[in-house]
Ligand binder design. Structure first.
Ligand SMILES: [Zn+2]
Length: 319
């Protein structure tokens, strides 16, 4: 699924008096990927050039400057590919402007006959095509690229950011939760693992119906098993509860979790010093992932989870 809807950039040559936005986008894009802009997009000035850019190549023989003619074709509104008729006389235009290369900057795709034409001129000058897919791939994989995308495709980016949440920058240090067994960074894994909560009934404390001894986090599977065996070995009277960390990272489930922790405390549930310290540490590290909108997939999950009555409000709300 493409992320950027190129129709967000208005059509060229509509006589609005505005500068051609697609050409301005091409300028910002090419400058972002490292080209020096030699001539800005000029209203009216066509003559077969939309932009002139320069590439600086450093090799063993020193520095070479390569001048590229850029041709912008914004056909996203019709959806048609760019044909040799749309981008005609490429060789003449390249040579007349003293260029060594041709860049096709297209909001759709180049037709196969255009590719064939360019292939045939390979010995004369270099050529490359930036089509909508190539442009998008470059933009959405870097912070700087995303800034440009946000300027020209604000609506597309809004949706993309919701579906690809990044941790909020809240603290000086990057959030970090390391597996208590193998020390791997859980927050950088696709599956961030599980949090274990070990409690026991305390007959010696009348006002404490439940007491949490350990709160800990690990990778799912092997590390989880290792820690479970270790804690069971330490104390046979403990009951284990666990939660997927990816669940707690969903904003709606996170706040539900906090509510249930508060309810439990109110009802007299206690914590060992270590368990309480770890619980706070966990909430702090996960919070930057939580301060955001829900993705579409999470909305579905939350809908199914929310059916469990809140009075069950335990730390684990599995069925
Ligand atoms: Zn691990």
């Amino acid at each position: 699924m493409p992320v950027l809807d190129f129709k967000e950039i208005s059509e060229a040559h509509k006589g609005t008096g505005l500068q051609d936005t697609f050409e301005l986008f091409a300028r910002d894009f090419l400058s972002f990927i490292g080209y020096k802009i030699l001539s800005d997009p000029d209203r009216g000035a066509d003559g077969g050039i939309d932009l002139l850019v320069e590439e600086r190549r450093t090799g063993v023989g020193g520095e070479t400057l390569v001048k590229w003619l850029v041709s912008c074709k914004h056909k996203a509104h019709s959806g048609n590919s760019v044909s040799p008729k749309d981008d005609a006389n490429i060789r003449d235009r390249v040579e007349a402007n003293g260029c060594q290369g041709f860049i096709g900057f297209y909001s759709t795709l180049a037709s196969s006959s255009l590719y064939t034409n360019l292939e045939g001129m390979k010995g004369k000058f270099e050529s490359q095509i930036f089509d909508r897919e190539k442009i998008e791939a470059k933009l959405i994989h870097s912070a700087k690229g995303l800034m440009i995308a946000e300027r020209y495709f604000p609506q597309s980016l809004e949706g993309w950011k919701t579906e690809n949440p990044q941790p909020a920058k809240l603290f000086v240090e990057k959030p970090s939760l390391k597996c208590k067994v193998c020390n791997k960074e859980l927050l950088e894994q696709v599956d961030p693992g599980v949090i274990q909560l070990w409690s026991r009934m305390r007959k010696d404390y009348e006002n404490e119906p439940e007491h949490f001894e350990y709160v800990s986090w690990t990778c799912r599977g092997h590390c989880d098993d290792v820690l479970t065996r270790y804690i069971r070995g330490q104390n046979k009277n403990l009951i284990d509860g666990w939660e997927d960390i990816s669940d707690v990272m969903m904003p709606t489930i996170f706040i539900k979790w906090i509510m249930s922790i508060m309810n439990k405390q109110m009802s007299g549930v206690g914590y060992s010093d270590e368990a309480f310290k770890n619980l706070k540490e966990f909430l702090l590290q996960v919070f930057p992932y939580v301060s955001r909108h829900l993705t579409e997939k999470e909305k579905e999950i939350v809908k199914s989870r929310i059916k469990i009555p809140s009075y069950l409000g335990g730390l684990s709300y599995e069925d």
